[in-house]
Design a protein around this ligand. Structure first.
Ligand code: HEC
Length: 151
């Protein structure tokens, strides 16, 4: 008679343990599914930083410069006047808009279209000296992820 409650307790404990183990497995599963997504985002931001800082040289125009021509750190990718002019008459923009945190009012998808086709959301193209980049969608996405990550 004394063994019955005890067995019941063990039984309950085993069931509780099984339930806990199942929950842990589900949690581990979710964590595993999310980890590659987070890693992919990090990889994309890193590639975007490389494309912006070492290939596209976006800061050359989209950041202000001091009297020695050095980029003023706090203005990095926050927009700036263009400090030079073409020798011949041509369409020309004398200001580069801010890019940090994405161009104002643009979605990532719109930036990807622009950097891979040259078309702004309204279908227009940017004037020189903005280069008409033809990045792959993947690289344009990486640039967008990096710019969006800047505050
Ligand atoms: C040689 C100078 C120069 C470089 C380098 C440059 N830009 Fe620009 N960018 C400009 C200028 C000037 C404009 C404004 C064009 C206009 O108003 O028609 C512009 C416009 C843009 C716009 C359009 C924003 C809007 O609101 O219309 C985006 C987006 C942009 N640049 C992104 C980039 C990115 C990303 C890079 C680097 C991969 C880059 N630019 C490199 C000069 C430059």
């Amino acid at each position: 008679m004394t063994t019955k409650p005890c067995t019941a307790t063990i039984d309950t404990a085993v069931k509780a343990c099984t339930a806990l183990a199942a929950t842990a497995l589900v949690c581990a599963g979710i964590a595993l599914m999310m980890a590659p997504a987070a890693a992919a985002e990090k990889g994309s931001v890193a590639r975007g930083r490389y494309l912006v800082e070492q290939v596209g040289m976006c800061a050359d125009c989209h950041s202000a410069r001091d009297a020695r021509g050095m980029i003023v750190k706090d203005t990095n990718l926050r927009g700036a006047p263009i400090g030079f002019k073409p020798l011949a008459e041509m369409p020309w923009a004398d200001t580069a808009p801010p890019l940090a945190g994405l161009p104002s009012g643009w979605t990532k998808a719109q930036l990807v279209t622009f950097l891979s086709s040259g078309k702004r959301p309204d279908g227009s193209t940017a004037r020189p000296p903005m280069p008409e980049y033809r990045l792959t969608k993947a690289d344009a996405g990486a640039v967008a992820d990096y710019l969006a990550s800047l505050k």
